[in-house]
Write a protein that binds this ligand. Structure first.
Ligand SMILES: Cc1cc2nc3c(=O)[nH]c(=O)nc-3n(C[C@H](O)[C@H](O)[C@H](O)COP(=O)(O)O)c2cc1C
Length: 150
């Protein structure tokens, strides 16, 4: 089993968060990081553990960097039974009801294809005083044991 970190971003925060999560998981899980724009649905391996990082744009929509991968999931409809994944989303509570929808959309798509979400669904709020990398590191620390359970 490998750990694959996939990030979907508009302005790069997601990449910084992916790096921070990778630093924490590296102690036990040897993760690989990919930008969603450079990752094909065919590359998903249901034996892997998938960590999805995704921001939110527009009015509760996916960031540009997540769109091709999300569209490909809709088109290919792969059977993701057996795949375990965790999500850390990025957003801002000033956007009200659409807060952190991007990460939730990705979780819904993967779940609909048979994958199982595990661990806490992380939600960073840009309006909070907490830095995204700091929150992500704490989240990843808790995730370390969840990954090992599989
Ligand atoms: C034009 C614009 C629209 C946004 N829309 C939302 C939104 O609907 N919901 C939300 O939670 N955050 C929204 N955000 C906040 C971003 O998701 C947040 O700033 C995030 O940290 C950006 O991450 P990224 O740099 O990886 O794309 C929006 C930001 C911008 C600039």
């Amino acid at each position: 089993m490998s750990t694959v970190i996939l990030y979907g971003t508009e302005t790069g925060t997601g990449e910084l968060v992916a790096d921070a999560i990778s630093d924490v998981l590296a102690a036990e899980h040897d993760p690989s990081i990919y930008d969603m724009t450079e990752f094909a649905v065919e590359d998903l391996n249901t034996d892997d553990f998938l960590v999805v990082i995704c921001s939110t744009y527009g009015e509760g929509e996916l960031p540009t960097g997540a769109e091709p991968f999300a569209d490909e999931l809709d088109e290919v409809q792969p059977d993701l039974s057996g795949l375990r994944f965790a999500v850390f989303g990025l957003g801002d509570t000033v956007y009200g009801d659409t807060f952190n929808r991007g990460g939730e959309i990705m979780a819904e798509k993967l779940t609909a294809l048979g994958a199982v979400q595990v661990g806490e669904h992380g939600r960073h709020d840009l309006s909070s005083k907490v830095k995204p990398q700091a929150q992500a590191k704490e989240w990843a620390q808790a995730l370390t044991d969840v990954i090992a359970e599989g």
